[in-house]
Design a protein around this ligand. Structure first.
Ligand code: GTP
Length: 626
């Protein structure tokens, strides 16, 4: 396939607007590989992972090629699938780098949503040709004219260019194929030039090691070639090369303009550097523009429920990170939970997905601590990135050494029908939003209300808690939300000095680490970094929760939430003097022994915090409920 007959494109859309369904429909039309019977109402082909099917979201980008006859000419169409959630916007942008065009899919019943905007802007920044598509026109609630007008108002796209389709019934899908061929430019590679390929995704195969997806910019990539990574300077031999059709099909070579997979003797996925440029050994090429590495934005500790399972857990985590390189791993040990790992994720959904995969695919029984964002603690002489609340400075030593604390912020975009605008603004303000602004995407009509778009900046820590749930419930599910990194900002924790509880300014400034004490001993795994305006509320909620799940002891146990030396909340667990052997009378020695034995067995799995015995499962209960 020479470049002229190749088209590289992706489908970009807000979550649930029908990307996977359309991808299926396109593949089905052209390859016949996926038989209709196999699918029906069933899992989309491109959504491979179990959690993706269960949650109906695309997590990992998948790529497939198809051959299509158009006016007697055979075209090679390469679909580069992109994941559909804000946590994965980094993957979306790297998938786009391998394309010349994108289908911008908008649900004709929902209209333009927050991620429609963000993916549109990423595509425009990369200079991609955009084909606007209105999906779900088969639904009675579809309002194609109105949404087309909204698309025009938002993106300046002529309604005449918008393709109305139903990915479900297949209506209008042929027009998409035509538009892909006629509107999207062919890749501009030169097969006679030196080899230059762009690595945009990788996966791990138990038998063959790392499989990378590449887009060949120039030259020809052949099986047996000796190649080198521009980034790591490491050398490899290509052992297999081919296209995704839609599974791997070896082709012996990939020409300029093509997208496909390569296997080489790469053993660790960390060697496959996303955004890397691959060239032939001994040749020099200009690398593709550098790529940002995925940044972990949410951290949490993962511990085995049974401490004896740590080795197994660590092994499972290692294996899983081979297929998801955006997760960072570090060992962590906790007096309360024993050995574990501190993992960094792109967002909370990413974290949930990883946790679910650990449980589903590796049968892991785990406790995951409350998520935290990475803070920058600026000391007089250095700056430390703190991603674990236990490492956050205490009040005691801060007043002299800590200059300030910086926290990651995001630029948030919310799209919502106008009647919810006030509610959404309140929500944002209560989550420490700044620079709140809004405008309208369209005007209201007889049967519909106008859509407003609200933008603001806010601390990421506010977003990773239950912000999304609140947003959905307070807008009756109508609001859509997206955010992008807005850099670190000095935490405005210090500014709340008008609050009556705050007295001595300097020391208070950094009082954001909340520790929980059981019988006056801190439980490290439960430490939190909180904003002072919510310290009472959070402290009380957690103390209540602890009170509920901690089994009663033989003595009274105070449960406290403290910040520095100040007790924010307290509950007292009353004593339980019951003796398990009471009531067993003489003669039943064996029974008595057995009881004691059982009790010992129970003890083995108990954690002793101070003098309080806590089953590890209690942590599971504490940390898994909101
Ligand atoms: P993510 O993978 O999570 O980004 O979602 P997606 O954009 O891939 O959406 P998906 O294809 O999973 O579709 C979301 C829902 O809309 C599914 O229940 C589909 O069956 C449904 N759907 C998709 N296209 C159409 C359509 O043309 N008509 C109707 N009626 N339903 C559709």
């Amino acid at each position: 396939f020479p470049c002229e007959v190749i088209r590289n494109f992706s489908i970009i859309a807000h979550i649930d607007h029908g990307k996977s369904t359309l991808a299926d429909r396109l593949l089905e039309k052209m390859t016949g590989t996926i038989t209709k019977g196999l699918k029906g109402s069933n899992p989309q082909f491109l959504d491979k992972l179990k959690v993706e099917r269960e949650r109906g979201i695309t997590v990992k980008a998948q790529t497939a090629s198809m051959i299509h006859n158009h006016d007697g000419v055979k075209y090679l169409l390469n679909l580069i699938d992109t994941p559909g959630h804000v946590d994965f916007s980094w993957e979306v942008s790297r998938s786009m780098a391998a394309c010349q065009g994108a289908l911008l899919l908008v649900d004709a019943t929902q209209g333009v949503q927050a991620q429609s905007l963000s993916v549109y802007h990423s595509a425009r920044e990369r200079g991609l040709t955009i084909i606007p598509v209105l999906n779900k026109i088969d639904l009675p609630a579809a309002q194609p004219e109105r949404i087309a007008a909204q698309i025009q108002a938002t993106f300046g796209i002529d309604p005449g260019d918008v393709l109305p389709i139903s990915a479900k019934t297949g209506k209008g899908v042929d027009a998409i194929l035509r538009a892909i061929i006629e509107r999207i430019p062919a890749p501009s590679g030169a097969p006679e030039d030196k080899l230059k390929a762009f690595l945009f995704d990788s996966s791990y195969d138990r038998y063959r090691g790392v499989i990378s997806l590449v887009s060949v910019q120039d030259g020809i990539l052949r099986k047996g070639d000796k190649i080198a990574s521009y980034h790591t300077r490491k050398k490899y031999e290509v052992t297999d090369v081919g296209i995704m059709y839609p599974e791997e099909v070896s082709t012996a070579k990939l020409m300029a303009g093509q997208v496909g997979f390569i296997a080489c003797n790469m053993k660790q996925s960390s060697e496959a550097h996303i955004g890397d440029t691959v060239h032939r050994v001994g040749e020099t090429v200009e690398p593709m523009p550098g790529f940002q590495l995925a940044k972990a934005m949410v951290y949490a500790g993962i511990f085995p429920v049974d401490s004896n399972d740590f080795v197994k857990l660590e092994e499972s985590i290692k294996r899983l990170t081979l297929t998801d390189r955006s997760v960072t791993v570090q060992r962590e040990s906790s007096t309360a939970l024993g050995q574990g790992c501190r993992l960094g994720f792109l967002g909370t959904l990413h974290m949930d997905v990883f946790r679910q995969r650990l449980e589903d695919e590796y049968d892991a029984n785990i406790i995951i601590t409350a998520p935290t964002v990475p803070y920058k603690v600026v000391y007089r002489d250095r700056t430390v990135l703190v991603s674990n609340p236990t490492e956050f400075p205490d009040v005691v030593d801060t007043s002299s050494r800590v200059k300030e604390v910086q926290e990651p912020t995001v630029k948030a975009t919310i799209i919502v029908p106008e009647e919810y605008l006030g509610e959404m603004m309140d929500l944002c303000f209560s989550h420490r939003a700044e620079d709140v602004d809004h405008r309208y995407l369209d005007t209201s009509g007889a049967t519909n209300s106008a859509r407003a778009i609200l933008t603001c900046t806010m601390p990421l820590s506010e977003v990773v808690t239950d912000f999304f749930d609140k947003l959905k419930s307070r807008s009756s599910g109508f609001a859509s939300f997206d955010y992008e990194d807005a850099g670190y900002k000095k935490s405005n924790l210090a500014k709340v000095s008008s609050s009556p509880v705050v007295t001595h300014a300097m020391a208070d400034k950094f009082r954001v680490k909340m520790v929980f004490l059981l019988n006056n001993k801190p439980v490290d795994a439960l430490a939190l970094i909180v904003h002072r305006s919510s310290e009472q509320q959070i402290g009380r909620a957690w103390v209540k929760k602890l009170h509920k799940v901690i089994p009663r002891q033989l003595f009274e146990v105070p449960i406290q939430a403290v910040i520095g030396k100040k007790v924010v909340a307290r509950e007292t667990l009353s004593a339980n003097r019951a003796d398990v052997t009471a009531g067993l009378y003489g003669g039943h020695v064996e029974r008595k022994m057995k009881h004691l034995e059982n009790q010992k067995e129970g003890k083995r799995r108990m954690k002793r915090i101070g003098s309080v015995d806590l089953p590890q499962e209690a942590f599971f209960d504490i940390l898994s409920t909101k």
